[in-house]
Design a protein around this ligand. Structure first.
Ligand SMILES: O=c1ccn([C@@H]2O[C@H](COP(=O)(O)O)[C@@H](O)[C@H]2O)c(=O)[nH]1
Length: 234
């Protein structure tokens, strides 16, 4: 069976737990995601540990955001770890995004538009007025113009972003919750089925899988639901 287009967020308190989650979910999903918690605690070695024997694709979610020269150096430093995907914040601007793209040529640079934890009220409080979708589309176009090959947005905006940037860009959506699941600190959410139907290429899912007593079964269940959705589509 082809692994589902899911990146499981390994937001674990220690390396042993992250490695266990990775080995349980990798038969069912295409990708695992290493974020700030694991990388800051364990450093570059964490990638080899979670990659394990399966050689699963690694999404390194460091959300770089600094001046272009600093981001270029940081992207060069992690490029040798061969992550499939590396994130930067789109709000760092086109020169910063271009610096990351040029410094990690074997890695897909994904620009994070607006964090999925921010509601429209939160966005207004930081000076981003109006519908989130407007700002997300603007940042998406800017990032792709600067060379980003992938974008991170909420599943609520993914259809509008797809219409804006066309078919060649990888759209990655965190803020994914199975129907009825707790949204926790995520604000702009949708179900896995809706995210895929609206054009997402890769769903980031953490706690709905890793918080389950059986993360392997939880990943397999969501993967099966996505396959059923694909089969039922005309
Ligand atoms: O806008 C963003 C960008 C990244 N994330 C990351 O995705 C996961 C989501 O985990 P859940 O447990 O499914 O909420 C997490 O690692 C975030 O750092 C995001 O949520 N939103």
């Amino acid at each position: 069976m082809t692994p589902a287009p899911i990146a499981v967020a390994l937001d674990a308190p220690n390396l042993e737990t992250a490695a266990r989650w990775a080995s349980l979910v990798t038969p069912h999903v295409s990708t695992v995601k290493v974020g700030l918690e694991l990388y800051l605690r364990y450093g570059p070695d964490v990638l080899a540990t979670v990659r394990g024997a399966s050689g699963v694709r690694i999404f390194l979610d460091l959300k770089l955001h600094d001046i272009p020269n600093t981001v270029a150096g940081a992207a060069r430093a992690v490029a040798r770890l061969k992550p499939a995907i590396l994130t930067v914040h789109a709000t760092g601007g086109p020169d910063m995004i271009k610096a990351a793209v040029e410094s990690a040529p074997q890695t897909q640079i994904a620009a994070v538009t607006l964090l999925t934890s921010l509601s429209e009220a939160d966005l207004a409080a930081v000076g981003i007025q109006g519908p989130a979708g407007d700002a997300v589309r603007r940042l998406a176009a800017l990032a792709v113009g600067a060379g980003a090959q992938a974008l991170v947005c909420s599943p609520r905006e993914v259809a509008a972003v797809r219409a804006e940037v066309g078919p060649g860009v990888t759209l990655i959506t965190p803020g994914v919750r199975p129907a009825g699941a707790d949204t926790q600190d995520q604000a702009r959410v949708a179900t896995p089925e809706a995210a895929i139907a609206d054009g997402a290429d890769l769903l980031v899912i953490g706690r709905p899988i890793t918080g389950s007593p059986d993360p392997g079964a939880a990943a397999a269940g969501i993967a099966a639901a996505l396959r059923r959705t694909a089969l039922s589509r005309p």
